[in-house]
Design a protein around this ligand. Structure first.
Ligand code: ATP
Length: 233
């Protein structure tokens, strides 16, 4: 589904990714872990085409993304929940969802507004509220709903629960478990290792723009040295 190999990305003359290597299978949930500034967001933005990779390869669903203009990655099936949510402030919650809706007539069970509201009942009662009047938790639910409305094959979340109260965070984790159960592949960045280990199959630890460790939740749980060395836990 997603194969990232030897991916390098620069910001001007400054190199942020030094040869990232990881892959994600269909229906798998994987995380990118690591301290601040190690390259997780740059990796996600390189996959999305938001920043331009300078080398290496990103094969998504059989298509090479490196070198492809970002507007041409739009319909390939990558759904992003960006850091900071970036919902449209002057559109209602419902309009935010309509704005990204795509027709996937061949899909057996496409995402619809009603399906998003079933996943996040809180959003339904706020359907007419402007994006900028929603709480942080509601905005994050909307950002996830908006990504789902594109009917992605891979859902990518950068800082899935950042800045949210514990109760809201739990709602997001529970919704992600429901989304996972539909068979959708998920790549997620977050700081809550405990919740990530429950949700994900596989973890990739990023250190200075490279994957330095990968393994399952059980392997990460058992590897105290990895958690201390790379995650400072
Ligand atoms: P965080 O959790 O803080 O977002 P991260 O692991 O996602 O961290 P990145 O944001 O990808 O890390 O940053 C990787 C490196 O690239 C850092 O050294 C950062 O300073 C640099 N960087 C990120 N964005 C830019 C930018 N727009 N211009 C220049 N350098 C950048």
């Amino acid at each position: 589904m997603l194969d990232v190999s030897d991916l390098t990305t620069h910001y001007g003359t400054s190199q942020a990714l030094f040869g990232m290597n990881f892959s994600l299978g269909t229906g798998e949930v994987a995380t990118l872990l690591g301290r601040n500034g190690m390259g997780k967001t740059t990796t996600i933005n390189s996959i999305m085409g938001i920043v331009k990779a300078s080398g290496g390869s990103i094969v998504f669903d059989g298509e090479e993304l490196v070198g492809r203009p970002s507007f041409r990655t739009a319909n390939l099936g990558l759904g992003l929940v960006p850091e900071g949510r970036q919902i449209f402030p002057n559109l209602s919650a419902r309009e935010n969802l309509v704005a990204t809706a795509s027709n996937h007539l061949n899909q057996p069970d496409p995402w619809t507004i009603d399906r998003v509201f079933a996943l996040f009942p809180e959003l339904e009662s706020r359907a007419s509220s402007m994006g900028n009047l929603l709480s942080g938790g509601e905005q994050q639910m909307l950002a996830i709903g908006r990504a789902l409305m594109t009917n992605p094959k891979l859902l990518i979340l950068d800082e899935a629960t950042e800045g949210l109260a514990p109760l809201i965070r739990q709602k997001i984790w529970s919704a992600l478990a429901d989304i996972r159960a539909t068979g959708l592949s998920i790549l997620v960045v977050d700081k809550n290792l405990h919740d990530l280990m429950r949700l994900a199959d596989r973890h990739f630890i990023v250190q200075r723009g490279e994957v330095v460790w990968s393994g399952t939740s059980a392997e990460l749980q058992a590897d105290q040295t990895a958690r201390e060395t790379w995650l400072g836990l």
